[in-house]
Design a protein around this ligand. Structure first.
Ligand code: HEC
Length: 153
């Protein structure tokens, strides 16, 4: 076996590995010698795959957000009270917008403005004004509740 054939087997970075495999084919030095190196390569690939899988699991765990069977009273109202009432309750209806009470909130849900504003989509005023965007899970929960019919439940 040409000594060059052995060098990059121990290089872990994939672009180099790919280049080397091309090199092997080009020089026709993929042969029996390849076999003794197959194990370390496969072993590394399995380890790598394991790491990627682990990461995905962690991401899923940290993105644990309940979006099933949401209730206006238990799930949605507390989000709106905490983040919006200081400007949009009946007393402080900034911008003539009252989100206090189901019927008032529902108007802004049905117009699409509530979702557009909290998702900070172009064409809507970003809400809550002057504060950072609501957390992903809160936005997902509001959106799911709307998709589930925005019920007064
Ligand atoms: C610090 C005050 C403040 C807070 C907090 C706030 N808003 Fe607003 N909001 C305003 C003002 C003022 C306006 C009207 C002027 C404008 O559109 O920027 C407005 C406008 C809106 C509009 C109309 C936007 C549009 O583009 O049509 C919606 C919907 C809205 N707010 C929803 C919310 C929701 C939901 C929250 C909580 C997540 C929230 N706001 C929190 C001050 C606030």
């Amino acid at each position: 076996m040409h000594y060059l054939c052995a060098i990059p087997f121990y290089i872990g970075r994939s672009p180099q590995l790919t280049r080397y495999i091309h090199f092997l084919f080009h020089h026709k030095c993929i042969s029996i010698h390849m076999r003794q190196h197959l194990f370390p390569i496969l072993f590394s690939l399995i380890l790598l795959a394991g790491c990627v899988y682990d990461n995905e699991e962690e991401l899923l765990a940290s993105g644990d957000c309940n979006t099933a069977n949401l209730s206006y009273a238990k799930d949605i109202l507390p989000i709106i009270e905490t983040n919006c009432y200081r400007c949009h309750d009946a007393a402080n209806n900034f911008g003539d917008i009252t989100l206090e009470g189901y019927d008032n909130l529902r108007k802004w849900v049905d117009s699409g403005e509530l979702l557009g504003a909290i998702k900070r989509e172009p064409g809507f005023s970003p809400m809550p004004q002057g504060a950072s965007k609501l957390g992903d899970c809160l936005i997902e929960q509001i959106e799911s509740w709307i998709n589930q019919g925005a019920l007064d439940n």
